[in-house]
Design a protein around this ligand. Structure first.
Ligand code: UD1
Length: 360
């Protein structure tokens, strides 16, 4: 009997991780059904990215939508349990660190269904971040843990995870990036610019939910925009916060190009010819490293330290003087040159399938 591995996606950053895994599982003859929790549901946050990535239509969509963390997590668990009972997979595979990841892993673990975590062991050591809680707990529930960088294994072992369960396979998100380079939509088409601009994304609650912090960060972007064009595709949460704080006119007057969330291929095309990336996203730090584009991360910490030690990433926090000094450095020197980390080579999905063939 071929093994059945049930995969979960819920929110945007999951979508660019799951395609290479499902393709590799199918290539070795496993059944690979997909459940979407519906955590992200906007056309821009969901449908267009699914299409761009040519992902299979989910077998089930739980349609949970937004809510508080407790509401969202609980609702996913309630709706997922009967689906798991019906599909009876040999194992559940979850990716990343969103609420859908922990919710489905918890349901499966309590039913003695094996849990596989892709992108295990990343730690920001900042438990005020909801994702950090999701990471620690998902790893504790997992039977097999696949890591993207070597530092992750040390984090897991410190938390008591048996090293035989940990497998360093590389980064599936970079599998997706490399497979889609040729298809990327040129920035000229998306924003009418040939290159040389700054791409900005901000959506972390710590940066956008507190009006004072948000205003300070936007003031920096306005200063950046005086030197290079700034393109800012906005998460719906960020758009709502900027609106509520009455800051939209100031941002627009500075010439910052505000866009709705972009599709995957538009975003890839935009990053590829950027002069720099300014972000608080986890995924963009890795994508910028893979593309060799300097990245300023507007956070105090990162769970992806290899993007700093080997890649193009610099942590700049939220202090304007630090942000602007790092920006000046990019203008003066071109910024940090980086290497592409070990196993960020387009074959992480295949390595995962090989391990699962052996272990399940
Ligand atoms: C989630 C992930 C975060 C990831 C981010 C990427 C968790 C804990 N966080 O955060 O790690 O970086 O996705 O996008 O899972 N909204 C919409 N349309 C949508 C989805 C959300 O308008 O399709 C709005 C809603 O107002 C919602 C808010 O965005 O309340 C936040 O959405 P939610 O799914 O709770 O978390 P994200 O901030 O998107």
């Amino acid at each position: 009997m071929p093994k059945t591995i049930l995969s979960i996606v819920g929110a945007r950053p999951n979508f660019m991780k799951i395609g290479p895994v499902i393709a590799a599982l199918k290539a070795v003859g496993m059944a690979a059904p997909l459940v979407h929790t519906g955590q992200h549901y906007d056309e821009a946050m969901n449908d267009r990215i699914f299409q761009d990535l040519r992902l299979p239509q989910p077998d089930v969509n739980l349609g949970v939508g937004s809510g508080s963390h407790a509401e969202q997590t609980a609702e996913i668990m309630l709706r997922f349990e009967p689906v798991l009972d019906r599909l009876r997979p040999d194992a559940l595979l979850v990716v990343g660190d969103v609420n859908s990841t922990i919710a489905c892993a918890l349901v499966a673990a309590k039913k003695n269904v094996k849990v596989i975590h892709v992108e295990a062991g990343l730690r920001s050591f900042d438990r005020t971040m909801p994702e950090e809680i999701n990471r620690v707990l998902t790893d504790q529930l997992s039977d097999l843990l696949f890591t993207t960088e070597r530092s992750a294994a040390a984090n897991l072992m410190r938390e008591g995870i048996d090293p035989v369960r940990i497998h360093f396979v590389g980064n599936v998100m970079i599998d997706t990036l490399l497979a889609n380079m040729e298809l990327a939509v040129p920035a000229m088409t998306t924003v009418g610019l040939p290159g040389g601009y700054a791409v900005v994304t901000l959506h972390r609650p710590s940066n956008v939910d507190e009006p004072k912090v948000l205003e300070r960060l936007l003031a920096c972007l306005i200063e950046v925009a005086a030197a290079v064009p700034v393109v800012f595709p906005m998460h719906p949460r960020t758009r709502a916060r900027i609106d509520a704080a009455g800051l939209l006119p100031r941002v627009e007057a500075a010439g910052i190009k505000l866009l709705p969330p972009l599709s995957y291929l538009e975003m890839l095309g935009l990053m590829r010819t950027a002069r720099l990336v300014v972000t608080d996203s986890g995924g963009l730090q890795e994508e910028a490293t893979a593309l060799g584009i300097p990245c300023l991360t507007v956070r105090e910490n990162t769970e992806r330290p290899i993007t700093i030690t080997e890649g193009t990433n610099t942590l700049v926090g939220t202090e304007p003087s630090t942000i602007m000094a790092a920006f000046q450095d990019i203008l003066n020197t071109g910024g940090k040159a980086g290497l592409r980390p070990e196993f960020w080579d387009g074959r992480a999905g295949e390595r995962i399938a090989q391990v699962l063939m052996r272990e399940l």
